[in-house]
Design a protein around this ligand. Structure first.
Ligand code: NAP
Length: 214
């Protein structure tokens, strides 16, 4: 599969691009925001395309042409205002879904956030972020795309363990970004995750088994 990674220059994105590059079964195109970010990917031998999530659907569609799958792992981050939460985490995600539909890319993996599907569990201090994630996920679930929505807990930079727990509803927890990237990589062609949405945390089950047993 040729995979477009949206948010490729992010912490999860970079890890995922490296996994895809090293794999025999996939190839990768990294979507970056500015040309200066290209060097990291060029050194890896990875193709890049420059586009911002504030650009038009037509621009993303052009960026995605020729790919078989899209992974959305972008985010406005905690340092910007809620205007960017709307523009990136909600509208940017929805425009990416629309671009996939426009160019006929069926496979779509969304990195959402823990319990985004349950309003009663949204943390008060970041409720607008949860609103953005919730509605982007709902639009994806209602689309014709072959989606998988991964809702990880708090992301950490600790080394990955390769072991997780994945389920419809989990208690609050955390997970290394390495393991989120490995999970995204594994769901791409794991049919048991097609049309599924799940919480993801560190656990004691090897990633591929956790996804097969969802
Ligand atoms: P990150 O390092 O902040 O990466 C986010 C990426 O999104 C960056 O590469 C950033 O680009 C890109 N981005 C922001 N605005 C953009 C725009 N206008 N156009 C194109 N790209 C844009 O995030 P992460 O830690 O890898 O997280 C990955 C995902 O997990 C995100 O969707 C996040 O919401 C979600 N998540 C996070 C947590 C947590 O605890 N932090 C928990 C659950 C889920 P630049 O590199 O140019 O800035």
């Amino acid at each position: 599969m040729k995979v477009l990674v949206v948010g490729a220059n992010g912490k999860v994105g970079k890890r995922l691009v490296q996994l895809l590059k090293e794999s025999d079964k996939h190839t990768v195109r990294a979507m970056i925001r500015i040309e200066e970010q290209a060097e990291f990917f060029q050194n890896l031998g990875v193709e890049t395309v420059v586009a911002s999530l504030e650009d038009s659907v037509e621009k993303f569609a052009e960026a995605a042409k020729g790919c078989d799958a899209i992974v959305f792992t972008a985010g406005s981050g905690g340092q910007t205002g809620y205007d960017k939460t709307l523009l990136i985490d909600l509208d940017g995600a929805v425009k990416t879904i629309e671009a996939a539909e426009k160019v006929g890319i069926k496979r779509f993996v969304m990195v959402s956030s823990f319990q985004a599907h349950n309003r009663e569990n949204w943390q008060e201090s970041i409720k607008p972020y949860y609103v953005a994630k919730h509605y982007a996920d709902r639009i994806l679930e209602q689309s014709e795309l072959t989606y998988t929505i991964i809702r990880p807990g708090w992301l950490k930079d600790d080394p990955g363990t390769g072991k997780v727990i994945a389920a419809e509803n989990l208690k609050d927890g955390s997970i290394p970004r390495d393991d989120v990237a490995r999970t995204i990589f594994t769901v791409l062609d794991e049919e048991n995750t097609y049309y599924r949405s799940f919480d993801l945390m560190s656990g004691d089950i090897p990633i591929s088994d956790a996804l097969k047993n969802l």
